[in-house]
Design a protein around this ligand. Structure first.
Ligand code: DMJ
Length: 778
């Protein structure tokens, strides 16, 4: 089959986008061997594919069994989320229009995953149960991408199945009719002087009607106004009514006109009445993301070069100001050399996928690798993370953008490394988000706590991209290369502009008449990078240990420095020790590993192991405060000592009742040598003085001696929690999974209270627990 947009582009741009098109759409993925030693056998792939299907069934059936016809599943409560019956969550609830959102959003996923019986049944349910005229205020953007897009994608699939002559023979374009009705119900939003749409509309009463309870807003986000063209144009072309495409196009035109002419960037929020920018920060994530995506894809779907030219202009600006590989940082649109914040949001994870479409693989690989490192550290992409890859906002609502980019990079490079990345997404979802009634969003990636929500995009997008990643083309019920994904991953046919042309002209060139430009415009990774078959790996390697996760310990944490040793060789060593730096003579390191000693070691050269004992917690990342509560008589819970946590050992926030035990001093008190009082320590909580060796080393020794917990006491005289912020103890750079007892830290003043209590009463029982669960507080 001809892919018209590709041949069209060949004429227009001399092959740049042909490259991307061919990479993404038409090149069969060669069986390339892994460049990271990560090749995956067909059996392994198919096992993961089955796993994804099983997970989809679990999520979908949970929604159907416990929630349908409600908009969303509440996976912790095992019931549906009905707007008005649950506490109002603010803007998030504007997606919910009492129109069985999740089922509509999932329809074309059912087809792609070959669940054709379920699809047929679901379409009948939608036709029977769904009303689109509820008296409810919904987000225009969300309703467009999820519901209008969902109906159109499903209509396209229904039509394909019907054409094949077996299924859906009863289908009479009912989904398209519903899409058209919904389109009309969204149109009142465009009743502004600028042409930019209101952010919300009442499905029954529109915007101006006094009963509408909306229409007072003055602002909308750039993505909200600029993410309509694909669905609206498809609706126009499929229904024959041009009004939808006209409105969406107008909104795109306004955004383009309002770009900052110096930088060619747009802001995040715009006034819908006068077109002034309300928020002038500019990035590729939240608030703007899919505006750029839709410029590129509007060109692909509709063949209108204007969109491509605009995209290219913005793209150059993004690469000039926002892209700081591997980072993508928001800047001020008027002063774009200034970063406006030091954190990134998870929505920008779609951008490498868009860069693949643009044919710009290098920065796509770099940013994707950075994102992968973040997921390795936190299991999922937190909603926002700092430039140092620490959590800025810990929520993770099961967003699909990282899976999306992973799929596109795999399509483009054929590098099985991306299958491994996909596998890690699958495993983490199962390990950290799966619950008996579906999959639950993660409230905070640091604690792993769940939230009672499973957004519809999880079924609409996540499962499509994961399933596609592990499927061969021949295993799919449709030729995926004939479709473009909307921002919600709904499938629209790239043949749209030629089979159902627009009534609008505005300079669009007619489709090309070349026969098959593909055959010579289909570069594989090898054609593109002939002398460098390990292209993607070479790029990734530079970013492998951004976050420190997975770093080979010996190689990176041990560095050689020259110490001016005196005859005894003790002074600098002791000095460094007092600073918390442990030293290992190179002779020991080398003989342990190879048996040969390099020259330098005999001259007193040490390998210096620099291991921070405490983590630097960024301002906004809170350390969960713990307490040591003295509960035995005469204290009876009245003496409470503020304590700091450790990043390793038992997580006290997950122990409902904390950990209780009698305290006992370790001998030696620093616990840096063999423990001498193991019998006394058995079953007790050990007290150990900070210093001389690492916390992890002390913890291991005391755990082995039978202690059920450790309280570390600061060795710096006079320190107290009143004067010094709490910090988290970290491990010693080695894996710490073996340490399973709880660990807390007391500054010396608090420690002195505890040791004084022990001295006076001998038997002192304490409870270690998070401060917020302090006993008897209420
Ligand atoms: C989806 O609804 C769409 O991808 C949208 O463009 C923004 N992201 C959410 C999922 O994260």
């Amino acid at each position: 089959m001809r892919r018209n947009w590709i041949t069209r582009e060949t004429r227009a741009c001399g092959g740049l986008v042909v490259t991307l098109a061919a990479l993404v759409i038409s090149c069969p993925l060669a069986e390339v061997s892994g460049h990271d030693g990560q090749a995956m056998t067909p059996e392994e792939k198919s096992e993961i594919r089955d796993q994804i299907l099983e997970m989809f069934d679990h999520a979908y059936n949970s929604y159907m069994d416990y929630a349908y016809p409600a908009d969303e599943l509440m996976p912790l409560s095992c019931r549906g989320r009905v707007r008005g019956l649950e506490p109002n969550r603010g803007d998030v609830d504007d997606s919910l229009g009492k129109f069985s959102l999740t089922l509509i959003d999932t329809l074309d996923t059912l087809v792609l995953l070959n669940k054709l019986d379920e699809f047929e049944e679901a379409v009948k349910k939608i036709m029977r149960d769904v009303r689109l005229d509820n008296d409810i205020v919904v987000s225009v953007f969300e309703t467009n991408i999820r519901v209008l897009g969902g109906l159109l994608g499903a209509h396209v699939m229904a039509d394909v199945l019907k054409q094949r002559g077996q299924r859906m023979q009863w289908y009479r374009d009912e989904l398209l009719h519903m899409a058209k009705e919904l389109g009309y119900r969204l149109l009142p939003a465009f009743n502004t002087t600028s042409g930019l749409p209101y952010p919300r509309v009442n499905l029954r009463y529109g915007v101006v009607n006094p009963l509408s309870r909306t229409g007072t807003e003055s602002d909308t986000c750039t993505a909200c106004a600029g993410t309509l063209i694909l669905e609206f144009a498809a609706l126009s072309r499929m229904s024959g009514d041009t009004i939808f495409e006209e409105h969406a196009r107008k909104a795109m035109d306004v955004l383009w006109e309002k770009r900052q002419r110096g930088s060619d960037l747009v802001g995040t929020v715009i006034n819908i009445h006068n077109g002034d920018w309300v928020r002038r920060d500019s990035g590729v994530g939240a608030g703007i993301d899919s505006y750029y995506e839709y410029l590129m894809k509007a060109y692909i779907l509709l063949g209108d070069k204007v969109y491509l030219e605009r995209f290219n202009t913005h793209y150059s600006a993004i690469m000039k100001y926002i892209s700081q590989p591997p980072l993508l940082l928001n800047v001020h649109m008027h002063n774009p050399t200034v970063n406006v914040r030091s954190w990134m949001d998870s929505l920008l994870a779609f951008f490498p996928g868009l860069q693949v479409l643009r044919g710009d693989l290098k920065p796509a690989i770099e940013t994707h690798e950075m994102l992968y490192q973040v997921t390795k550290q936190h299991n999922f992409l937190p909603e926002a993370f700092t430039t140092e890859f620490r959590v800025h906002w810990g929520q993770h609502p099961l967003r699909p953008e990282f899976a999306e980019s992973t799929y596109f990079l795999y399509k483009a490079t054929g590098d099985p490394y991306y299958l491994k990345v996909g596998q890690s997404i699958v495993e983490k979802l199962n390990a950290h988000a799966r619950v008996p009634c579906g999959f639950a969003a993660v409230q905070d990636v640091r604690t792993g706590t769940h939230e009672d929500r499973m957004d519809s995009f999880f079924l609409a997008e996540m499962f499509k991209y994961l399933y596609l990643l592990f499927s061969e083309k021949s295993q799919l019920p449709i030729d995926i290369d004939d479709y473009i994904f909307t921002t919600e991953a709904h499938l629209l046919p790239v043949s749209l502009s030629t089979t159902q042309p627009s009534c609008l002209t505005n300079g669009t060139e007619p489709p090309a008449h070349q026969d098959d430009l593909f055959s010579y415009s289909c570069p594989s990774a090898q054609t593109l990078f002939p002398n460098n078959p390990t292209f993607a790996k070479t790029i990734r390697d530079g970013y492998k240990y951004l976050t420190g996760v997975g770093r080979a310990q010996q190689a990176s944490s041990v560095r050689g420095i020259e110490l001016p040793l005196h005859d005894t060789g003790l002074e600098p060593v002791e000095f460094l020790k007092s600073m918390g730096i442990s030293l290992t003579p190179l002779t020991e390191l080398v003989s342990a590993s190879q048996g040969s000693v390099p020259q330098d070691s005999q001259k007193g050269v040490f390998k210096l192991k620099l291991v921070a004992e405490v983590s630097q917690t960024p301002e906004h990342e809170e350390v969960v405060p713990l307490i040591v509560q003295l509960i035995s008589p005469p204290f009876l819970g009245r003496t409470v000592l503020m304590a700091g946590p450790a990043k390793f050992g038992l997580d006290l926030t997950k122990q409902e009742h904390g950990v209780k035990g009698r305290i006992m001093k370790s001998v030696p008190y620093t616990a840096c040598g063999p423990i001498e009082n193991t019998v006394e320590l058995q079953g007790h909580i050990a007290l150990a003085l900070r210093g001389d060796c690492m916390f992890a080393a002390k913890a291991r020794r005391l755990q082995e001696a039978g202690a059920i917990g450790v309280i570390f006491i600061d060795h710096r005289e006079g320190s107290s929690s009143a004067e010094t912020p709490l910090f988290q103890m970290v491990g010693d750079g080695e894996p710490t999974d073996d340490i399973t007892v709880p660990l807390v830290f007391l500054f010396s003043k608090e420690g002195a209270t505890l040791t004084a209590a022990l001295q006076e009463h001998h038997n002192v029982d304490v409870l270690l627990l998070p401060k917020e669960r302090q006993l008897g507080k209420d």
